[in-house]
Design a protein around this ligand. Structure first.
Ligand code: ADP
Ligand code: MG
Length: 572
């Protein structure tokens, strides 16, 4: 079986009972509507031609009841089906979302946000559309077709053979165009994702676009991406029409045959008028499901393309996986160790090269070094956002790869260089690290992170909403909110990545006091370019060109630097 279909089936399987019910309902409803021409045969042969009034009444009533019940069942099964297919598709979206939450920064560094969004929204939407409209119609139509064919053959074999003689030609035409359609749809999906990515990227880069006077350039780019999209759309649409209409056209030729050949047989008294009328009725019912099935077959091509695009996300390699039987430490002392850690992004020179150091509980460790020397990568390693290529990272002597990930991230907190701020109030942003925290705890964390003067200056105080990605904040305010968030988490190991880079000297001192108080007896790692911050640390690690080149007390490091000045130095 096709791997994508197997994947789709895995999502469908849990719903098999609900689907079976829907199937039964639609089976009955299809069966009922198949009876209608048969009733009309009775109507002609036994009521009209025999001039039997009671038979007329009986067949009319039967016709009405069968129609009504069939209609009601049809609606009920349609509604039930929409519900089940929506549930199945949500499962699929959920699995993609969970997978996105598992993937590492490496994945996000190489994948465009717009492309991810387009797969979650457009492609799963397309699968949903086809699934919701098609699958039930598929089952109904196949049943209908089988039923009609049986009836036609039962009514008159010769006439039947004459009508379906052209069917293979129609089927061949459909399969030919379907293959071409699949290619067109792949191109269309890519162009549509392109368009989406373009919008997301340029809207996020709004300030840059304006400052670089690039509005006209971007409009032109938008135009050309849209033109490419429309080209693909038109050729796909053309193929859709052709692949939908051509087989229908070929099959309709069969109708002509029925009139001529069937009429001939009536005239010669070989079949009754009733049979002829019923045959025509079945024959007209035979075409739509056949056309619908061929149309569905074509639209399944688009769903298959979308399924492949969704599968690409689901199959993306997950770098960081939790161990099968992870260690769940009861308490964490905060002993951190990197042992011969080497890590490369796909760029040749490693970002970290044989780096080893330890940090003891209660220690404040400063990491300094030129930008690009791998400092933030160390922070990512300690939270296991990345795994090292070689060497080991340990917490309290346990390889991080063996520790329960929830526990690890509860006890190790990171204030990022460019922290994430949510479109929510300041209080909600701080509370994100510990939803159960009380208001008093949040205020304390805010004070320790030097946020108090800022919060007091706001009319709505800590309840002020700070805008998408913290756009209504200064860089220093964003950093301090993230710092308060980390303080609130009350971790055993706190890593601060240039936490005072955007702060004034006064706020800087408050933040340093803050972590020294909050983290007393526990482990703090501060990445910094500021000599003042490094001087307050117990030990300084100097990173340069992906390697750890020095470590010791700041006084020693400075003394050595006075003898042979390095090309890198800290800001005072
Ligand atoms: P810094 O010391 O300034 O914090 P980083 O640890 O952020 O440095 O980065 C170390 C090196 O790794 C840099 O050269 C950076 O360009 C590179 N790098 C970081 N993230 C990625 C990534 N996802 N893909 C490729 N290269 C990366
Ligand atoms: Mg950095």
């Amino acid at each position: 079986m096709h791997p994508h279909l197997r994947r789709a089936l895995r999502f469908v399987l849990p719903y098999r009972r609900r689907l079976a019910l829907v199937l039964c309902l639609s089976l009955v409803s299809t069966g009922l509507s198949l009876l209608l021409p048969l009733i009309s045969k009775d109507f002609f042969d036994h009521a009209l031609l025999s001039r039997d009034l009671s038979a007329l009444l009986r067949t009319s009533l039967l016709f009405a009841i069968v129609t009504l019940v069939g209609f009601v069942l049809n609606v009920v099964s349609g509604l039930r089906y929409t519900r089940v297919s929506a549930d199945i598709l949500f499962d699929m979206r959920l699995e993609v979302y969970r997978q996105l939450l598992r993937l590492s920064p490496r994945f996000y560094a190489r994948t465009r946000l717009g492309d991810i969004m387009s797969r979650i929204n457009n492609d799963i939407g397309e699968i949903q559309r086809v699934a919701a409209e098609a699958a039930l119609a598929w089952v109904g139509n196949v049943l209908y077709l089988v039923g009609t064919v049986a009836m036609l053959a039962w009514l008159d074999v010769r006439l039947f053979v004459a009508t379906v003689a052209v069917a293979p030609l129609g089927i061949w035409a459909t399969s030919y165009y379907r293959k071409r359609l699949e290619g067109e749809v792949t191109v269309l999906r890519q162009r549509s994702a392109d368009l989406g990515s373009f919008l997301i990227e340029t809207i996020q880069a709004m300030r840059l676009v304006v400052m670089a006077n690039a509005q006209d350039r971007e409009v032109a780019r938008f135009r050309s991406k849209n033109a490419a999209f429309i080209d693909a759309l038109m050729s796909m649409q053309f193929l859709t029409y052709v692949s939908g209409a051509l087989p229908g056209l070929i099959l309709s030729a069969g109708t002509g045959v029925v009139f001529i050949y069937g009429g001939y047989r009536v005239v010669h008294g070989e079949i009754t008028i009733g049979t002829f009328v019923a045959f025509i009725a079945y024959q007209t019912r035979f075409l739509p499901p056949l056309q619908a099935l061929m149309g569905l077959w074509a639209s399944l091509a688009t769903a298959q393309v979308s399924l492949a695009r969704v599968s690409e996300i689901l199959d993306a390699p997950v770098d960081v996986r939790e161990a099968d039987d992870p260690v769940v430490p009861e308490t964490v002392a905060g002993h951190v160790e990197l042992a011969d850690v080497t890590l490369s992004f796909d760029r040749g020179r490693p970002a970290l090269d044989q780096v080893s150091f330890t940090a003891r509980p209660g220690e404040v460790l400063a990491i300094v070094g030129p930008s690009g020397s791998g400092k933030s990568t160390i922070a990512d390693l300690l939270l296991r956002l990345l795994d090292p290529d070689e060497g080991t990272v340990r917490l309290d002597g346990i390889d991080l790869r063996h520790i329960n990930l929830r526990m690890l991230r509860r006890h190790v907190a990171l204030v990022e260089q460019d922290p994430c701020i949510l479109h929510a109030s300041i209080a909600e942003n701080i509370r994100y690290s510990r939803p159960s925290a009380t208001d008093a705890e949040i205020r304390l964390a805010a004070r320790q992170a030097a946020l108090e003067p800022f919060i007091e200056s706001l009319p709505q105080g800590i309840d002020t909403v700070v805008g998408e990605r913290g756009s209504a904040l200064s860089a220093g305010e964003r950093q301090r909110i993230a710092t308060a968030r980390a303080f609130l988490a009350n971790p055993a190991v706190l890593i601060l990545d240039e936490p005072t880079a955007s702060l004034d000297p006064f706020s800087e001192r408050v933040v340093i006091d803050g972590y020294e108080t909050v983290m007393r007896g526990r482990t703090t790692i501060v990445i910094t370019h500021r000599a003042d911050v490094a001087r307050r640390a117990d030990r300084v690690l100097v990173l340069d060109g992906s390697r750890l080149v020095e470590q010791g007390a700041m006084g020693l490091v400075e003394a050595r630097h006075r003898q042979s000045p390095p090309h890198y130095s800290l800001a005072p």
